[in-house]
Design a protein around this ligand. Structure first.
Ligand SMILES: Cc1ncc(COP(=O)(O)O)c(C=O)c1O
Length: 311
């Protein structure tokens, strides 16, 4: 998918949606095609019986928190069934309760053929990843015939697997996806209220459960807000493939008090931005200045300077 992110290594880079990361490593795996996300006609137009697989993040993370619609996922499932294509969901960010269900695929009821899992599988303390596949001749049959084909030095690591096993127990015992759903709604409503009073700064709030993106009106504001929030103790990352979108992935165990505290600090950071915008917006109308403003190397020192003058 355009704007997709599946990692920086070999095959994953080949299906990445940003040219910037790929250029230095070409030639990559041939035959990969990118299409716009959530656009079924675009993928129908190029899919055929010769297509091996369709791969997507059901909520694009690095791409700026774009949530796949149920109709889109159902349409992809039908298309894959018609043409014998493998449907792969990269649930590395969305899995393990993040979006209010254990797997994002549960929202639409669409079952993929392969799911890629990582990140939360290690509970934030131990790196691990897993591939889950359906029991078909094509997939399970292949793995059963070639059980040691995909081994690696770190694969099947004992400590990581112990941690992941415990993570699954805790997730199920505490039904953490329910908290993600409740706290996600509280966070989204709070952010929406802030957006309504700050339309010149925030363009859109979107996401599912505790995977929420804030799209700012200007690209340079992702960097400025990240810096500003860090001063009030909030570590916020803007999206690698869409810098105008900041992602909030609060812990699944977050409490109401913490969400409210977060919203207060975020609101304060937005009011500081209003002051900056008073100067920056007119300047950003000049193309060369806008280009500079979108460079992190320039923007962050300017921000630090402004803060020195107590702004
Ligand atoms: C959705 C998604 N897929 C794949 C990856 C790549 O994982 P790794 O860094 O372990 O290669 C990431 C990493 O951020 C990711 O967010």
């Amino acid at each position: 998918m355009e704007l997709a992110y599946h990692g920086h290594s070999g095959f994953s880079l080949s299906v990445g949606g940003k040219a910037y990361y790929k250029e230095l490593f070409e030639p990559l795996m041939p035959g990969c095609r990118l299409v716009p996300f959530n656009d079924l006609p675009a993928i129908r137009a190029i899919a055929s019986k010769r297509t091996a697989a369709i791969l997507l993040e059901p909520v694009q993370g690095e791409g700026g928190i774009h949530v796949a619609t149920d109709a889109y996922l159902q349409g992809l499932r039908t298309l894959c069934d018609e043409l014998g294509i493998i449907l792969i969901f990269d649930e590395i960010q969305t899995g393990f309760g993040r979006t209010g269900k254990i797997w994002f695929s549960e929202h639409s009821g669409v079952v993929p053929d392969i799911m890629c899992l990582a990140k939360s599988i290690g509970g934030g303390v131990c790196p691990n990843g897993a591939i889950v596949y359906r029991d078909t001749e094509q997939l399970a049959g292949y793995v059963n015939r070639n059980p040691f084909f995909h081994t690696s030095s770190g694969g099947g690591n004992d400590i990581s697997c112990q941690v992941s096993s415990k993570v699954i127990d805790v997730l199920l015992e505490r039904k953490l996806w329910e908290n993600a759903e409740m706290m996600g709604t509280r966070l989204k409503e709070g952010l929406t209220r802030i957006m309504e009073n700050n339309a010149s700064i925030i363009k859109e709030i979107r996401g599912k459960g505790l995977m929420i993106g804030i799209e700012y009106t200007q690209e340079f504001m992702g960097v400025l807000m990240a810096d500003c929030l860090s001063n009030s103790g909030i570590f916020a990352a803007y999206s690698g493939n869409a810098p105008q979108v900041m992602r909030f992935m609060l812990p699944l165990t977050v409490t109401e008090t913490q969400v409210d505290e977060f919203l207060n600090r975020f609101k304060k950071a937005v009011s500081i931005q209003r002051l900056y915008l008073f100067f920056l917006l007119p300047l950003s109308k000049i193309p060369i200045v806008r280009k500079w403003l979108n460079e992190d190397d320039i923007l962050i020192p300017v921000n630090v300077l402004l803060r020195k003058f107590g702004m």
